[in-house]
Design a protein around this ligand. Structure first.
Ligand SMILES: *[C@@H]1O[C@H](CO)[C@@H](O)[C@H](O)[C@H]1NC(C)=O
Length: 307
């Protein structure tokens, strides 16, 4: 009997352990664009309604990754909304072209002058520019140094890096840009690799993209912090190779890949793509880009969140 009770206690301890430790990334949330479901630029009230919906899901989401600073008045509208809800923001500064980069920097400067820096989780200069070959790695490095110089005048602990696909991060030609980063932000989509959901889960396709990136970068930057900028699975749209959009597949992907990344203490931050469906996104591939939300465009969750 005593043995039985000991076993029960042990079982209870093991079951409780994960929730007691609260092992998780410091920052947990979604990568989100600046347009409403009708395609309009989000107002401060729109951003706040988005953030409150995400907070109401009760899973500890505390941070949002943005793509732009000046476009759609993103920072001017999103920062006060984040402050009202208690969320932090991973700022996005578009790196191309030169005129756009200048406007993005000016919008970040203006947001810091208005709102201080306590709302900043970090700054990403550029998003998938190396993957698209829109900028040379050396030019991107110069712009990362440029933005770091600007923000560090206000707060010396702000981390400035870049977001790109795992395939760009493991390409040695881009190491010069990587070396300019305080942190590396990784995007990986087994769906866009054409991997069937069952294989993506079993072979840990997404986890392997994170591990491959770390292995490549730790060889020359052993203390580099890693974040995930985007991963996700669509619920509608065309098949891509062996990858099929479906609610069951997206739910399965979320429970496996997303829950793994959100619970990974070796990642500083992790962002799922995305919170809400975006009906005005491109119609290519059967409109698949519209359907990466874990909630529909009316902010209603498509499945019960496991994490
Ligand atoms: C300085 O930046 C860090 C990191 O972004 C932030 O957590 C902290 O709150 C900022 N400090 C102030 C005084 O705003």
């Amino acid at each position: 009997m005593i043995f039985f009770h000991t076993l029960l206690a042990l079982a209870a301890t093991l079951l409780l352990l994960p929730t007691q430790i609260h092992a998780a990334t410091k920052y947990k949330g979604f990568s989100m664009g600046a347009n409403t479901k009708t395609g309009a630029c989000k107002s401060q009230a729109d951003w706040e309604a988005d953030f409150r919906a995400i907070k109401s899901w009760g899973k500890g989401f505390n941070c949002i990754r943005l793509y732009a600073s000046s476009d759609c008045g993103t920072l001017a509208n999103a920062v006060p909304a984040a402050q009202a809800v208690g969320f932090k923001l991973l700022v996005g500064v578009w790196a191309t072209d030169a005129g756009h980069f200048g406007a993005e920097k000016a919008a970040l400067l203006s947001a810091i002058q208005r709102f201080g820096t306590a709302w900043i989780a970090g700054v990403s200069v550029g998003s998938e520019d190396l993957y698209r070959k829109d900028i040379s790695p050396q030019q991107l490095a110069n712009q990362i140094y440029d933005v770091r110089g600007m923000v560090r005048q206000f707060n010396k602990s702000i981390q400035v890096g870049h977001t790109d696909t795992w395939t760009a991060w493991v390409d040695g030609a881009n190491d010069v840009a990587t070396k300019a980063c305080d942190m590396v932000i990784i995007n990986g989509f087994p769906y866009w690799q054409g991997v069937p959901i069952r294989d993506a889960i079993k072979q840990k396709t997404f986890q392997n993209s994170v591990w491959d990136t770390k292995r490549h970068i730790q060889a020359f930057a052993p203390n580099m912090p890693f974040w995930v900028g985007e991963t996700g699975w669509p619920t509608q749209g065309d098949h891509f190779g062996g990858a099929a959009p479906a609610k069951t597949n997206a739910n399965n992907y979320y429970n496996n890949a997303a829950c793994w990344m959100f619970g990974n203490i070796n990642l500083v931050g992790a962002f799922y793509f995305t919170a809400f469906d975006t009906p005005t996104s491109s119609g290519d591939h059967g409109g698949v880009e519209k359907y990466f939300g874990i909630a529909d465009s009316n902010r209603k969750l498509k499945w019960t969140l496991a994490c």
